[in-house]
Design a protein around this ligand. Structure first.
Ligand code: TGC
Ligand code: FAD
Length: 388
């Protein structure tokens, strides 16, 4: 029975609403994810049924106003949901992150009323699946150099280029795509499946996030109606503002993976005997467990404080980078330490640890790599950008 740690009574900082949504998402993850997720990951298949079920739970666009189908909750609620989903698998949290922070958020924040009413309610229920196209084959950490472009043809925009490593691409109904206009300004366009020249080939052979659908977005002379441009944002700060929301969700999400690894390792070490004693009785193993719990507690506090700042609209992008970087790094370390505590059993699909560990290799790379987030902090401290 999963028993997540709460060493500093952080539960006392949550409202009843936060606890209710946490319980309902946890119960759903126990029932609908935990029993099947290893099989999906082994088969390299995304459990598509989860999208509509997450919609029913209120896990898609939880902070989008109810008028548009969202749940109108606060940022802590969003974080709590992400923690529970990622305890199930990073692929589940990824699907929800993209839908909420990278598709619903830009349509809500940068779209017009017609676009909001057309897309948001269906994205909130999961009737529609969204993807977010920023990364290109030759431009990952440096999205400002993107080459995907569109020309104004009078009645429509003509879009050419390609995006790579896109979560939800193979199953998406729409994609928010960032591309340059003729003057080189980055703009957001809403692509719809079925537009001629728009294809979404799947990416196979991943060793990480195997239960997530990843693919490309390819644009070959796609005629995009003018009404599909997001009117209220220009420049790279548009996609980067979406990333602030998604990175924040990751800072909370990975705590779920960390707690699952820790909880699994603690229980195993108390049951497994070697040299006539539980593995948990050896000092070396206690050191691992004690350090894991310390890091989990620090991550929880960091995420919670960041959430309160976001609720007041005061969290800076650099604060979000610090939390994303720190929490993913420590979760990956916790997964590696937990795996060792289980010995050979740790590499099997009978336990969730190895799956979390492999997933986290993507999480430490996407939404800005570990190095890029360090450079963002360095820039914030010194005022000197060291990206080039
Ligand atoms: P730079 O010149 O610094 O900035 C350009 C403009 O953007 C503004 N800005 C931000 N605005 C809001 N939030 C942020 N976090 C911002 N960071 C920068 C900046 O003020 C400027 O505005 P303005 O008005 O002066 O034009 O841009 P740069 O080209 O030097 O790049 C900076 C850098 C490296 C930090 C940035 O490009 C970056 O973060 N690179 C990492 C790329 C990345 O994170 N890609 C993620 C792709 S999406 C994804 O991975 C989804 S995974 C989903 C899942 O499955 O969960
Ligand atoms: P690169 O940018 O080529 O970096 C390679 C290495 O160089 C890294 O270690 C990096 O830290 C380092 N590096 C780069 N620049 C610097 C520098 N200035 N200083 C020091 N070191 C540097 N993208 C989307 O747009 N939408 C999605 O939905 C999406 N989903 C993803 C899902 C998965 C499973 C994965 C793995 C990726 C996804 N991505 C998505 C792409 C992800 O955001 C990029 O992989 C990431 O931004 C890094 O880009 P890159 O892989 O091209 O690495």
């Amino acid at each position: 029975m999963y028993n997540p740690p709460d060493y500093y009574q952080i539960d006392e900082l949550l409202t009843d609403e936060h606890k209710i949504i946490r319980e309902s998402v946890r119960e759903w993850v126990n029932r609908r994810i935990i029993p099947v997720i290893d099989d999906y990951a082994q088969r390299h298949e995304f459990p598509e049924y989860i999208i509509k079920e997450m919609g029913e739970l209120g896990a898609l666009g939880p902070y989008i106003p109810e008028k548009y189908g969202g749940a109108g909750m606060d940022q802590i609620a969003y974080g709590v949901i992400m923690t529970e989903l990622e305890r199930g698998d990073s692929a589940i949290r990824s699907a929800a992150s993209v839908q909420s922070s990278l598709v619903m958020y830009p349509i809500y924040a940068f779209g017009d009323e017609k676009q909001r009413m057309k897309y948001l309610p269906k994205l909130a229920t999961g009737e529609m699946v969204g993807a977010f196209g920023l990364t290109e084959p030759n431009h990952g950490s440096d999205p400002g150099s993107m080459t995907t472009r569109f020309e104004d043809k009078g009645d429509y925009y003509l879009l050419n280029g390609a995006k790579m490593w896109i979560t939800n691409a193979p199953i998406c109904d729409i994609a928010v795509v960032w591309a340059k206009d003729e003057s080189g300004k980055v703009r957001g366009l809403i692509l719809e499946r079925g537009m001629e020249g728009f294809t979404t080939p799947e990416t196979y052979k991943k060793w990480s996030l195997r239960a997530s659908a990843t693919g490309e977005l390819v644009f070959d002379n796609v005629k995009v109606p003018k009404e599909n441009m997001l009117p209220n944002i220009k420049g790279l700060k548009g996609p980067l503002m979406c990333l602030n929301s998604a990175r924040y969700g990751i800072a909370w999400g990975v705590i779920g993976a960390a707690m699952d690894c820790y909880d699994t390792a603690l229980r195993y070490s108390l049951e497994r005997k070697q040299f006539g004693k539980p593995v948990a009785s050896f000092q070396l193993q206690q050191k691992k467990l004690a350090e894991m719990l310390t890091e989990i507690t620090k991550m929880q506090l960091m995420a919670w404080r960041l959430g309160t700042l976001r609720n007041e609209d005061r969290a800076t992008p650099a604060q979000i980078s610090m939390a994303k970087r720190n929490n993913v790094e420590h979760t990956l370390k916790i997964a590696r330490e937990s795996r060792q505590i289980l010995g050979a059993m740790g590499i099997t699909g009978d336990f969730p640890i190895m799956r979390h560990m492999m997933n986290l290799e993507s999480v430490i790379t996407y939404e800005g790599t570990h190095d890029i987030h360090l450079l963002i902090t360095g820039h914030d401290i010194t005022g000197i950008p060291a990206f080039e």
